[in-house]
Every structure is written in structure tokens, then in C-alpha cells.
Design a protein around this ligand. Structure first.
Ligand code: ADP
Ligand code: MG
Ligand code: MG
Length: 945
């Protein structure tokens, strides 16, 4: 016979899967001697059995329950169903994971007509007895029998009106007795069944009701929302617990307490209680409870006991606890405890303080802060004290809150931003050419696109607040207006957006500073002591570099030179370079770029003194620097139209003369004057020249156009076809380095080649490098040390990692491109067209562009490292794709033995913490797991696919 039922003292307080969280903790608290009312637990196994049997209780279950009730009777000296001395119990739900309010609990089981009648007569406290009965019928009727709450509410409401009672507590015996009668009649009338008088029937139905609530809509929705899988919680346990009463007079009370303040983390006793009330009254807000500190005066003895419980609980659980208590006629009982939910700041503060108090080790403290928590702390937030109604909600794409004036295009964002105005860039969706607007905008809002849309990705990279896909907003950028419901938002109107929640507000909503508190700094310092994985940042500008350093990055893992090419003063020269007809012309343009790049590099090296800086040679296809075909065609047509209009205007004076209207005749001289000026312009043939120039550009743009540019002429392929570009960049890097070395600055340059697929490509670039290095070293009379490496973002590079490693000092996985290459997905198309469906159908569990595809891309990384280290044991390996900032991916990188991850500067603290957690979890792993030949994949493979 399977044992389904355990007394609190029999159950294993560590086994939440079997006993549920509430049950396990009741067992544990009983074991450590806290005052818990006697009770027992029906296991989750019984719940699963119930469903497996087509919703029938296991046959032996009720016999086992009867046995345990006997034990409760022995302990309490009361008898179940006995009218003179009845044992009353609660039947409470509780799964392995806490799902507050999602499942059902029934109180006061064991009362019936006979019991109330005799009890009232016996002890004279009829009010109390009938109130308990009324609660039982109400809860039982609703939860176990399924009668809608409103029937009871109406009856209760009318009864209160009749006697002029404001609160339930104002009701007298007689009214309560009537209410009980009305409740029972309502059940009979609406359901055609009686409220069961037999306590054994009551308890059986109640147990079933708790089992059923596991598959209730509320509970199912909750599990889906919070991604609670069956290996986290499977079925609910049922806790049957002797009733204790907080509503037996002024020496009774009930309350909820936290061992520390969950809002601030401060080490103060925190909670609320109500005198002469039952547990659910506190939660239901029927009366306003008092802070638990008031008990010190009102019930000093019990307060002292509670303080003791507070310390015992923290000492035992090594975690902040959230617990329920009830005082019955002066005696304290604890009814529940669980780990306290806290906000991010409180979690950080308590982590630090509990280490100081020897309640936690540093390691435990680090593990109890999730990377998501940390993220919350690193951004400006909406002040939680303000209660402003949001206007609309989109998808929260990049956390942080900001307010500013609405602008509808990137140029305007740039212009106004440069003038020092706070602006929010609002668009249907954004494109790469909007990037200059991003730099100057405080935040970005789009009405279309998902969390991986261009706007979202770029904003996250820059650490700017961003809300995307806010479909309630209709954007008309030609007329510069956004419409939400009846609100018209015009350019210049102020809005506030919250990238953590996706809310949009009209006007300015107060925000608060991110909290980089001393506590957080300490926690991150501990993380740095423990982690072995390096953390670098992707940074393209000196400003980003400074931020990276400030946030604890230990170098730059990716500095993209194309961003420097895109700057307003560079772009015309870059275009010159691309459009040049002869090598000589091209060289001229390149020569102009050299000093600019050199000064960029010097600034970044300077900011990163003592730390490595990886500079990637030019990567994107050239057409990205050119205007689009559409815009050129449009411009050319406009120019031609203007020219034609001018020609037509010249005939105006002649037409006026022909018309012989005196009023028109008067106009002939001024019009003729204007026309003379205009024809002077025309004679200069400005328009023809412009049209010609634009047409020439258009021809070139068409020439450089590629069918599939991302697989086309880019990266090292471009470098080899146009050596002058790469040579210029190498020279700029080496000269910048030489000049700084001369000034005594400690620098560690690294040159990285993108898109490599064969070692021959690397050898070619290396040859140029050797030549240039010779020239530079001679010019400055100094030795320039640097490292040479390649990105790994092509599948062939993975398979040929051996030869690649022979000519390089480091590999850096460019997992954005490598993911595209591995899946043969084009990212933009995939995310727009079919990835959401794939996720929904669970063909793919995640978006592989957000969360590293460990099974596919991860395998390739492993193969690459194995091959690479075989030919070059000193090879350093890092990652610089967006995945470098994703916690799960960071953990995998650690496990794979990478030397560093490189992520957006704003994610560096998250990476530092995650790297430490990865190390700690690795240390805690079983030997068998570690020695598994498939390690680390065996520990990461838990899902489908
Ligand atoms: P939840 O999981 O929704 O908190 P609980 O099972 O904890 O549900 O019970 C709901 C309320 O009833 C709580 O306030 C709890 O303290 C109270 N309660 C539960 N069992 C008892 C009992 N045996 N005696 C007194 N109050 C109880
Ligand atoms: Mg509870
Ligand atoms: Mg790439």
C-alpha cells in the first residue's frame, strides 16, 4: 500500500516535490520545535494518482486520512464531528512552487448544524461559533461545491444592511445564524445539493476540491506565465491542519510577517496583524491591519515570542522568511513560512548583510541574486510612489525609464538632441540608417516589431530604454502625429516610457536613479573574486569604453570600426573611397581617413590603459555606407522636375502679355525680374551637374548591390579585394599604439579579422601587417607589441580551426553570424516571418539569436576550441556576439572553458555575477556529470529538440 498521508513530524521537510512547499515547511518547523498546530500532509503523489485514475481518489486514501485524524484527536483531545468537543481542521493546498492565491483552501471543516447548536449553548460564545460556520459554508460552497461567490456576497450584504452593520464583525449571533441558513438554502436552490453535514464527507470533498484546483484555469495560467514546468512542481499536496482561532477575543490575533523589510531589505521586523480576526481577514483587507511593531505594546509576551520565531526561522532557513501566524487566547501558532519575495534592491542588501551576520556564505549570497534582478538595478526606473495611469503598453525591449519630447524621425532626433533637448524617437519601426537618431534620443518607441527587432537590439546594445510593438499607437510620420485612442501626440509633446514594463505615459512621470549602491558594489566584488571567466565589453567609442571600465569590464572584446566610418564628418570621405574609379583616387580618400581612425584608436586605447582592446577590421558590405537606390532615384526625379518647372516658368511673362489683362500686365516686370535670376541659376547648369553626379552614384550603387549581401562581399573578402582599406586601418592601429607607447601609456592592442573561412585569408592580412609593422616601428623607433586574431563566425572556420589557430593568438566567436550560418536563417527574416511560430509550436524553444543554441552552435564552438587548442595550446578564446550578455549563454561559455565573454557595457555587471554563479554551480556539480564524455552538454540538455 502506498503511503499517501504523513503527519507533520513524519514528513521530510526537504522534499518539496512530494509534500509541497507549504507542507514541507510545516513539517520542518514542527521538527525544529516551533508552535505548529498538529496536522498531516497528503502527498502530491496522491494528487497525480487522482488525475491518473480519471479524477478518483486513490482507494486507500480516506482510510489513511481517518488514521491520521485519529492521531490529531489524540494530540488535541478533541473529536472529529463530536458536537461537544469538535476537532476542526483546515484543508489547504500547496505545490512545490509557491503559487500565491492560485489554489484553494477551506477553513473550519468539521462544523455542522449539530456542532454549532451544542457549542453555542455550551460555551456561550455563539457569535464566534456561527461566524466560523458561516465562513465554512461560504468557502466550502464556493470552492468545493462550485457556487459562485456572488450568491454569498449578496446574502451577507443584505443582512448587514438590514441590521445597519458596517463590518462583518459587527454582526450579532442571530443575524449570523440567519446568514448560515440563507447560505445553505442558496446552495440547495442553485445546485440542488445539500451542504454536507457529515464531517467525513466534508473532508473528502474538500481534498478532492484542492486536487482539482491544481488544474483550475487560474493555476494553469499562472504556471504558464511563470514557466513552471512539471519538473519544478507536479501536482499539489493537501495540508490538513488543526484550526486555531485568532478571532476569539482581544487576546487573539492573526498576522503576516517578514523577517526583514522586503521593500528595502533592512534588518527590521516587518509585518501586519489584526486583533480578534482570522487569517484571511488580513489579506482580504476587511479591516486595516497594524504594523507588527505595535504588538510590542499591545501584546508584549507574544511579540517577544514572535521575535524569537523570526530569528529561529532565519537561522534555520538562511533566507528571509515570509510567515503567517495566529494567536489564540494568548498562545502563538505559526501556520506557514516560505522564502520571502523581495525587490532587487532588498535582495542585494540582504545578501550583503546576511553574509556579515554569518547567516550566508558569500557563495550563497551570490547565488540568491538572479541576473534579472541585477538588471532592474542598473537602469532608471519609474518612481513607484507615483500613480499615473499609462496611456498604452508595448513590449518591454530594453529596460530603463525616460521622458522627452516626441520626434518622428532620426534627423530630428539628432538635431534636437544636439541642442540639448531630451527627445524620444517614435517610429513605426527603425532601420540601420536611423542610428544617428538613436545616439541622441533618450529612448526609442516603435509601434511595430518584437523584442528582437532592430530598435530593440540596438537600444539594448546602447543601454537605452526601448518599448517596441506598441500597436495601440498609430504613427503618421508624414503629418508628424501619433494617435492613441483619442489622444493626438504631436512632435514636441512630452511622453515617458518605461522599457522595463512597456508602459507609455503622457507627460513627464518622475523617475529615480539606478541604484549602484555600496551593497551592489560589494556583491560584484565578491563575484569578481570567484569567477574565472573574463568579462569584456563591446565598445566602439571612447565614451562606451569609459562606461565599460566603470561597470567593471576588463577590456574591450569588440571595437567595430564601421561605426567610426558612419560619423557625419567621415561618411562623405568613406563614400569617396567606395566610389573612386582609380586606385589613386581611392588611395586619396583612404589617406584622409587615416588620421581620423588613428585619433579614434588613440582615444580608446587611452581610456582602456592596462587592458586589452580588440579592434575588428572593417566588416560590413560597402553598400551600407551608400544611399539606397530608392532614395537616389527619388532625388534624381525631383531634380529633373525642378529643372522642368523652371523652364516652364520662363514662359509666364509671354503668356501674361498675350492675355492683355491690365492686372496681369502690372505683374510682368517683377515676374521677369525673378525669372532673370532663376535663369541665371539654370544657365550655370547646376541641376544637370547634380543629376549627373547622382546618376553616377546610382550606377555605382547598382554595381555594388548584391543579391545576398550578408553572404557576399564583406569582412576579410572586402579587405582582400580592396587592400588599401585594411592596410590603412592596420597602420592607424599600429601608429596609434606606437605614439602611446612612446608616451609611456600601457596598452594591449589586438587586431581581429572578421568573416574568415580559411587560413590563407589570415596569412594574407598577416603579411600586410608585418610590412606595416616594419615601417611603423622604424618610423617611431619603437617595438609595437600586439595580438592577432580572428572572429569565428563561418562554419568552415570552425572545421578548420586547427590551421587558423596556427596563425593567430586568439579566436572570438561572433555568434550572431555563426548562428545565422549554422541554421542557414537570415536573422531579420527569421524573426519577422517564422521564428515566433516556431517558438509557439515548440519546434524551437528559444530565439537562437537571443539565447545561444547550445546544441548546435554550442557544439560547433566546442569542436572549434578542441581543434584550435590542439595546434595552439596558448590560444585565447572569447565570444563577442550578443549572446555574451545572456545569462544562460554566459554560463555555457564558462563551462566550455572560454577565457572571456564580451557584451554591451551595460550588461557587464550581469555578466560578472553570472560568471561567478556559473563557477559556483560548476563546483557543486557531481563528479559523474563532470566526467561524462559529453560534458558540458549533458548538464545543459534538459529540453526538447
Ligand atoms: P494560501 O496558500 O492562499 O496562503 P493558506 O492555506 O495559507 O492559503 O490559508 C489561507 C488562510 O487561512 C491563511 O491566512 C492561513 O493563515 C489561514 N489558515 C489556514 N489554516 C489555518 C488553521 N489551521 N488555523 C487558522 N488559520 C488557518
Ligand atoms: Mg498562506
Ligand atoms: Mg559578424
Amino acid at each position: 500500500m502506498t503511503k499517501y498521508v504523513y503527519l507533520f513530524e513524519e514528513a521530510d521537510g526537504k522534499n518539496k516535490q512530494l509534500f509541497g512547499g507549504k507542507g514541507a515547511n510545516l513539517a520542518e518547523m514542527t521538527r525544529i520545535g516551533l508552535p505548529i498546530p498538529p496536522g498531516f500532509i497528503i502527498t502530491t503523489e496522491a494528487c497525480l494518482e487522482y488525475y491518473a485514475n480519471g479524477k478518483k481518489l486513490p482507494t486507500t486514501l480516506m482510510t489513511q486520512v481517518r488514521d491520521k485524524i485519529k492521531e490529531l484527536e489524540k494530540k488535541t483531545g478533541k473529536l472529529f464531528g463530536d458536537p461537544d468537543n469538535p476537532l476542526l481542521v483546515s484543508v489547504r493546498s500547496g505545490a512545490a512552487m509557491s503559487m500565491p492565491g492560485m489554489m484553494d483552501t477551506i477553513l473550519n471543516l468539521g462544523i455542522n448544524d449539530r456542532v454549532v447548536d451544542r457549542l453555542t449553548r455550551a460555551n456561550g460564545n455563539g457569535r464566534f461559533v456561527y461566524d466560523a460556520y458561516r465562513r465554512l459554508i461560504q468557502l466550502f460552497g464556493k470552492v468545493a461545491m462550485g457556487l459562485d461567490d456572488s450568491y454569498f456576497d449578496v446574502i451577507l450584504g443584505e443582512a448587514k444592511k438590514k441590521v445597519g452593520a458596517k463590518f462583518d464583525t459587527d454582526l450579532q449571533v442571530q443575524t449570523l445564524e440567519e446568514i448560515c441558513g440563507d447560505f445553505k438554502r442558496a446552495i440547495k436552490k442553485e445546485l440542488g445539493r445539500e451542504f454536507p453535514q457529515d464531517p467525513w464527507t466534508q473532508i473528502e470533498i474538500a481534498i478532492e476540491a484542492v486536487f482539482r484546483s491544481w488544474m483550475g484555469k487560474r493555476a494553469i495560467d499562472y504556471r504558464r506565465e511563470f514557466k513552471i514546468t512539471t519538473d519544478m512542481a507536479n501536482g499539489t499536496a493537501v495540508n490538513v491542519c488543526t484550526m486555531v482561532f485568532g478571532n476569539m477575543g482581544n487576546d487573539s490575533a492573526t498576522g503576516v510577517a517578514f523577517t526583514r523589510d522586503p521593500g528595502t531589505g533592512a534588518n527590521v521586523f516587518f509585518g501586519e496583524y489584526l486583533v480578534n480576526a482570522q487569517g484571511e481577514d488580513v489579506v482580504a483587507g476587511i479591516r486595516t491591519p497594524k504594523p507588527v511593531l505595535h504588538m510590542k505594546r499591545q501584546m508584549p509576551k507574544q511579540y517577544k515570542e514572535l521575535e524569537q520565531v523570526r530569528h529561529i526561522l532565519e537561522k534555520h532557513y538562511h533566507e528571509v522568511q515570509d510567515f503567517e501566524f495566529t494567536i489564540e487566547r494568548g498562545t502563538l501558532y505559526i501556520l506557514q513560512t516560505r522564502n520571502g519575495k523581495m525587490n532587487a534592491a532588498a535582495r542585494v542588501k540582504t545578501s550583503r548583510e546576511m553574509v556579515r551576520e554569518n547567516l550566508l556564505t558569500k557563495e550563497e549570497a551570490l547565488l540568491r541574486i538572479s541576473p534579472e534582478h541585477l538588471e532592474q538595478l542598473l537602469h532608471r526606473r519609474i518612481d513607484q510612489n507615483t500613480r499615473v495611469k499609462p496611456l498604452a503598453q508595448g513590449l518591454p525591449a530594453s529596460p530603463g525609464a525616460a521622458h522627452g519630447k516626441v520626434v518622428f524621425d532620426a534627423d530630428q532626433a539628432e538635431r534636437r538632441g544636439m541642442l540639448g533637448e531630451s527627445v524620444i524617437l517614435v517610429r513605426e519601426e527603425t532601420k540601420p540608417e536611423d542610428i544617428h537618431g538613436f545616439f541622441r534620443a533618450k529612448a526609442i518607441l516603435t509601434s511595430r516589431g518584437g523584442k528582437t527587432s532592430h530598435a530593440a537590439v540596438v537600444a539594448r546594445g546602447m543601454g537605452k530604454p526601448c518599448v517596441v510593438g506598441c500597436e495601440a499607437i498609430e504613427i503618421d510620420d508624414r503629418n508628424k502625429v501619433a494617435i492613441v485612442d483619442k489622444h493626438h501626440i504631436l512632435e514636441g509633446d512630452v511622453v515617458t516610457i518605461d522599457g522595463a514594463t512597456g508602459y507609455i505615459y503622457l507627460g513627464e512621470v518622475p523617475t529615480v536613479e539606478p541604484e549602484f549602491s555600496p551593497d551592489l558594489k560589494t556583491i560584484l566584488r565578491w563575484a569578481d573574486e570567484i569567477r574565472t571567466l573574463g568579462v569584456r565589453a563591446n565598445a566602439d567609442t571612447p565614451k562606451d569604453a569609459a562606461m565599460a571600465r566603470k561597470l567593471g569590464a576588463e577590456g574591450i572584446g569588440l571595437c567595430r570600426t564601421e561605426r567610426m566610418f558612419n560619423a557625419a564628418d567621415r561618411l562623405p570621405i568613406v563614400r569617396e573611397m567606395i566610389l573612386a574609379d582609380t586606385t589613386q583616387e581611392r588611395q586619396q580618400a583612404v589617406d584622409k581617413l587615416l588620421p581620423m581612425q588613428k585619433s579614434d584608436f588613440k582615444k580608446i586605447f587611452n581610456k582602456m590603459q592596462g587592458l586589452p582592446v580588440t579592434i575588428r577590421l572593417l566588416d560590413p558590405p560597402l553598400h551600407e555606407f551608400l544611399p539606397s537606390v530608392e532614395s537616389l532615384v527619388w532625388e534624381i526625379e525631383r531634380l529633373k522636375e525642378v529643372k522642368k518647372s523652371l523652364e516652364q516658368m520662363e514662359t509666364i511673362p509671354d503668356s501674361f502679355k498675350v492675355l492683355l489683362e491690365p492686372s496681369l500686365q502690372e505683374l510682368v516686370p517683377p515676374v521677369a525680374h525673378v525669372l532673370k535670376e532663376l535663369s541665371a541659376i539654370r544657365e550655370k547648369e547646376l541641376f544637370d551637374e547634380l543629376v549627373e553626379k547622382k546618376e553616377e552614384i546610382l550606377r555605382k550603387v547598382r554595381e555594388t548591390a548584391e543579391v545576398n549581401p550578408m553572404l557576399g562581399h564583406r569582412g576579410v573578402r572586402l579587405g582582400i579585394k580592396h587592400p588599401e582599406i585594411y592596410k590603412m586601418q592596420i597602420q592607424a592601429i599600429l601608429e596609434a599604439a606606437a605614439e602611446l607607447i612612446k608616451d609611456g601609456v600601457d596598452i594591449q592592442p589586438e587586431i581581429m579579422v572578421p568573416q574568415v573561412c580559411t587560413s590563407q585569408e589570415l596569412k594574407q592580412v598577416h603579411k600586410w601587417m608585418d610590412e606595416i609593422r616594419g615601417i611603423v616601428e622604424k618610423k617611431y623607433d619603437i617595438c609595437v607589441l600586439f595580438r592577432f586574431g580572428t572572429m569565428i563566425e563561418v562554419v568552415r572556420a570552425c572545421m578548420r580551426a586547427g590551421p587558423l589557430a596556427e596563425v593567430t593568438d586568439f579566436f572570438s566567436f561572433g555568434t550572431n553570424d555563426l548562428t545565422q550560418a549554422t541554421f542557414s536563417f537570415s536573422r531579420e527574416d527569421a524573426e519577422k516571418k517564422f521564428l515566433p511560430l516556431y517558438n509557439e509550436m515548440q519546434i524551437l524553444m528559444d530565439n537562437p539569436f537571443e539565447i545561444l543554441d547550445i546544441k548546435g552552435v554550442g557544439r560547433l564552438m566546442k569542436i572549434t576550441i578542441d581543434y584550435g587548442k590542439k595546434t595552439n595550446p596558448k590560444l585565447k578564446v572569447g565570444i563577442c556576439g550578443e549572446h555574451g550578455g545572456n545569462p544562460r549563454s554566459i554560463e555555457f561559455c564558462h563551462t566550455l572553458g572560454l577565457d572571456y565573454v564580451s557584451c554591451s557595457p551595460y550588461r557587464a555587471p550581469v555578466a560578472r555575477l553570472t560568471a561567478a554563479q556559473a563557477k559556483l554551480r560548476e563546483m557543486a556539480r557531481d563528479k559523474a556529470d563532470l566526467e561524462n564524455p559529453d560534458y558540458p552538454f549533458n548538464v545543459f540538455f534538459q529540453d526538447l529538440g
